[in-house]
Every structure is written in C-alpha cells, then in structure tokens.
Design a protein around this ligand. Sequence first.
Ligand SMILES: Nc1ncnc2c1ncn2[C@@H]1O[C@H](COP(=O)(O)OP(=O)(O)OP(=O)(O)O)[C@@H](O)[C@H]1O
Length: 243
Amino acid sequence: MSGDSRPTAPATPDTDEFLVEARELVLSFGQTPALRGANLAVAAGEIVAIMGPSGSGKSTLLHCLAGILTPDAGEVRFDGQRVDTMRETGRSALRRDRFGFVFQFGQLVPELTALENVALPLLLSGARRAAALTEARSWFARLGLDGLDGRRSGELSGGQAQRVALARALVTRPDVLFADEPTGSLDSLTGEQVMDLLVTAAREQHTTVVLVTHEPRVAACADREVMVRDGKVTSLSVGRIAS
Ligand SMILES: Nc1ncnc2c1ncn2[C@@H]1O[C@H](COP(=O)(O)OP(=O)(O)OP(=O)(O)O)[C@@H](O)[C@H]1O
C-alpha cells in the first residue's frame, strides 16, 4: 500500500448476510444529481459511518436507506424486502416499528416532557401509557439523564437533549438506527459522550447503526467507515484507526 493513500476496499463487508442494502441508487432533485449509482451493504449489528464532503449525497443515501426518500433508480432492501417499491403505509410501519432516527438537532416535541418524548414511539406503537412511561424511565439512568425526565426541551442542554433524542430512537429496540450528524450540534467532548452512549446502547441490543458524520473521531467509533463522493460510495476504511 502506498503511504499517501487511505486503505480502500469494496464498500461491503465480506458476507452475504446484509440487513440494509443500497444497490446502484440514483436520485436527482430537479437538475441536481444527489446519488449517481451508490452501493452500500450493512450487516446486522454493524455500525457504519458515512463520511464525505458537503453536498456529496450522504444524507440522501441515508434517507433512501430509511425509506424516507424513494430513489429514481436502483434498489433499497431491508431484511431482504424491497423498500423502494413498498407502499407508503408499509414504509411508515417500517420506520415506526423497525427503525430509529436521530438527527443533528434532537427535534424533541417541545410541548412534551423529556420522559413523554421518550415514551412517544412506544405509545405510537400501541403500548399502554403506564408501561411506556416505565420503559422510557429506564433509559434516563442508562443515558446519564437522572432527574431530567420532567424537563421540556427548552430546559435541557444540547447534549442532554441529544441523549433524550437517542433514548427516544432506541426505546423501541429498533433493528436499525439511522443517525444524521447526531453529534453535529455539540462540542467535541459532549459529542464523544453522546457517541459513546450510542455505540454502547446499540451493541447491547444488537441494533445496526448507519450514521452520517463529518467528524473523523465520531466515525472512528464505528466498525467501518465509507466515503461518499459525487453521489457514489467510493471507498472504505477500517474503523478504529484513529485514537
Ligand atoms: N430537498 C432537496 N432539494 C434540492 N436539492 C437537494 C435537496 N436535498 C439535497 N439536495 C442536493 O443534493 C445534493 C446532495 O445533498 P445531501 O444533503 O445528500 O449531501 P450531504 O453529503 O449530506 O451534504 P452535507 O454534508 O452538507 O449535509 C446536494 O447538491 C444538495 O444540494
């Protein structure tokens, strides 16, 4: 390997068992191409970080994988099922029952307490209120949020709000957590704490994680990093190379 290039390999692990797959995804917004034949395959339980320059198509790829956007061409598969051709009712059921989401700005519901925010996905999935609140409360100790369950989002720091958002994304024990710049609004120390909690919780419940980040230190927490350039997944480097 030459000294001036990063290690590269195909953007897939060496296994036939993928939980989440993008095959030759193409998507344009009007005249603007966002994806130009993007491929990515993520195994169950894997934590994959998507890196790349601004505007390269990272969020668009994540949103296609999560069934939020439909590609113009190519295939998206989850657990062997085609997501891109699924009806919207099926896709929203997937998003509600099998996927969790964390975005850059936690996007908590401001009228609800932190506890109610975490319980919300359980209530939407039909859980009884008492059971949902009990399950939600268990996440507060787990994520270092003791005593904050009655606060509203305006009364939380950025790091606290993001940990509440993380609890809300994981409380349903999703198969896949999609995270778009989950530490992007935080200072580096707080961002690392949130990332540590995310990785620990995901590993404990065998949740697959696909996350977009600009931060090499965040990406280094993943099992694998992939690079998106000009709408394609161009390279892969082995995770945990940065200290
Ligand atoms: N809703 C939209 N309408 C029009 N163009 C869009 C839309 N969303 C994304 N784009 C364009 O598609 C391309 C890819 O955008 P995308 O957000 O996926 O990139 P990104 O790599 O996530 O960027 P960043 O790191 O800045 O968030 C960009 O040229 C962007 O301007």
